[in-house]
Design a protein around this ligand. Structure first.
Ligand SMILES: [Zn+2]
Length: 82
């Protein structure tokens, strides 16, 4: 098992996390990012490949001038409401 390099006592767990990048009012949210998360301090570790891809998405997002990405889940509709 891998221990956290940051706090040196937590254990790293493989998880899918949501990462958000912000520059002023701009926000980009990337979901389902594979990361190792410390169960003690919450520090996240990304593989070189993952950070490279996130960087690419962030750079492209900046160019596209995305202001906000609302993350709203569509409520489940009951069959009687249709
Ligand atoms: Zn830690």
């Amino acid at each position: 098992m891998e221990t956290c390099y940051f706090c040196r006592k937590g254990i790293l767990e493989e998880k899918k996390v949501t990462v958000d990048f912000r520059w002023g009012t701009k926000l980009i949210v990337i979901e389902e990012v594979p990361a190792k998360v410390c169960n003690e301090c919450g520090e996240r570790y990304y593989s070189a490949e993952v950070s490279r891809r996130m960087e690419k998405i962030a750079i492209e997002g900046k160019k596209k001038k995305i202001i906000e990405v609302p993350l709203v889940k569509l409520p489940v509709m009951s069959s009687s409401a249709v």
